[in-house]
Ligand binder design. Structure first.
Ligand code: GDP
Length: 443
């Protein structure tokens, strides 16, 4: 997948040499190559345009870190944009509602709806430990109903028996009642697909959606569809309040355009990827893993990460030196510390990296990444003088700062108290080293 993009980008890395900054002119050829490669990979044209525009915006003026070549730096920008266009972070399945949590599966015939329904049932039972009911509303293809019944047997999920002559709406209502009576926590509803977009099909699934009020309406799309996937995705997302996407057949020789286009077109994240025909072949979709697979340059990405780590390290060392030099610790330094934390992926990412015994203990400490943003926002609203001498802040200025940062005055006060605490610690570190600081903490 994306072989051309990989080879074209490798070429780009080689041509961009010796520049210390990425500029409009030195990245021009590279952007042309990326654009071609994306079009060859069957990424939709509007998506390609937006993608290139945003790479340009991020890359121009981008300083090249000393340990990287300009080409590698550009690959770093492309990598970040690939992740962003696929939705950024992974996106969890939402089951938080009064049971049964209904998941409605939508998509064209052959996209992999029925198979994905079975896989999803298995995934939910294993990972969420919930009791699942599988329901088929595909009355036009008895074979599809039977296929789902077999999948239910194989996964151990329950199957809702359909009576002859029942309409999709009647099946939905009866299944909902059945799920409530039998205490199913999740109900996955497979629907009829057509070979192409068809008004009767859209009408039917819209009615089902209104009746079942699903917490998740997942659009199932075949990764091999490329450009066509975009039109289908658009039609489904116009007709239904989609909550996410399942991208199937990623194990095939898809050119991959759908993976890059579908989030952009529907505005909804890819939640799962189908990676094999068998029932275990469903995975949470990770935009970052997909981006590195698309780029196919594990070695270069490793280098970029390493350079970033080194740059972070240098910044941290600068901060330490400043503190050691006896210069007082002010709100600018405090802000730098928070930004440092943010760069390292925020508190939640740090917690994830802790060994289990620590992360379990840390679970009780609720640290919100928003706090990092808010702290930086508050400090940004202060003047330089206020940052070095916060004691001059009067109530009226605090109110102005709070309004500027979109927070309450209490939050400003809380931050100032935290800062004072940190400042005290820094002073102690400077005067008497760690042992005195520990004593200070105990006292
Ligand atoms: P539906 O018409 O949307 O319900 O599609 P099906 O679930 O019947 O799937 C159509 C075909 O695609 C079947 O042969 C499936 O085995 C196959 N399929 C579905 N998902 C995947 C996948 O992730 N990988 C592969 N290799 N095949 C898949």
């Amino acid at each position: 997948m994306f072989d051309n993009l990989t080879s074209r980008l490798s070429g780009v890395i080689k041509t961009l040499r010796g520049e210390t900054r990425l500029t409009e002119s030195n990245i021009q050829d590279a952007l042309r190559e990326i654009r071609l490669a994306l079009l060859e990979a069957d990424v939709a044209l509007p998506v390609v345009k937006d993608f290139i525009a945003s790479i340009k915006e991020k890359a121009i003026g981008h300083e090249v870190m000393s340990s990287l070549t300009p080409g590698q730096a550009l690959v770093g920008v492309v990598y970040q944009e690939l992740i962003a266009i696929m939705g950024g972070d992974k996106s969890d399945l939402n089951l938080a509602t009064v049971p049964p949590a209904v998941i409605l599966m939508a998509g064209l015939q052959g996209a992999g709806k029925t198979t994905s329904s079975g896989k999803l049932a298995k995934w939910i039972m294993e990972h969420k430990k919930k009791k699942v009911l599988l329901v088929s509303c595909d009355i036009y293809r008895p074979a599809a109903i039977h296929q789902l019944e077999l999948l239910a047997q194989q996964t151990g999920a329950d199957f809702f028996p359909v009576k002859d002559g029942q309409k999709p709406g009647e099946i939905g209502a009866a299944a909902l009642d059945f799920a409530r009576r039998h205490h199913h926590e999740v109900m996955i509803v497979d629907t009829a697909g057509r070979l192409g977009i068809d008004e009767a099909m859209m009408q039917e699934i819209s009615e089902l959606e209104a009746l079942l009020k699903p917490i998740e309406t997942l659009f199932v799309v075949d990764a091999m569809q490329g450009q066509d996937a975009v039109n289908t995705a658009k039609a489904f997302s116009d007709a239904l309040p989609l909550t996410g996407v399942i991208l199937t057949k990623l194990d095939g020789d898809a050119r991959g355009g759908a993976a890059l286009s579908v989030k952009h077109i529907t505005g909804k994240p890819i939640k799962f990827a189908g990676v094999a025909e068998k029932l275990t072949g469903l995975e949470i979709f990770h935009p970052d893993r997909m981006a590195s697979r698309i780029l196919g340059m594990g070695d270069v990405l490793g280098l970029i990460e390493e350079a970033q780590r080194n740059a972070d390290q240098e910044e941290a060392e600068k901060l330490m030196k400043k503190m050691k030099s006896g210069k007082s610790f002010d709100l600018n330094d405090f802000k730098a510390q928070f930004q440092q934390m943010h760069k390292m992926g925020g508190m939640s990412a740090l917690m994830d990296k802790l060994p289990t015994q620590f992360s379990q203990a840390a679970q009780n400490v609720k640290v919100d990444d928003k706090i990092i943003h808010r702290t930086v926002g508050i400090i940004n609203s202060m003047t330089q003088q206020e940052r070095t001498k916060p004691e001059i802040l009067k109530a009226s200025r605090k109110r102005r700062i709070a309004a500027g940062a979109g927070v309450t005055v209490q939050e400003v006060n809380r931050l100032l108290a935290q800062f004072e605490q940190a400042q005290k610690m820094m002073k102690m570190m400077n005067k008497g080293g760690i042992s005195k600081m520990m004593r200070g903490l105990k006292g």
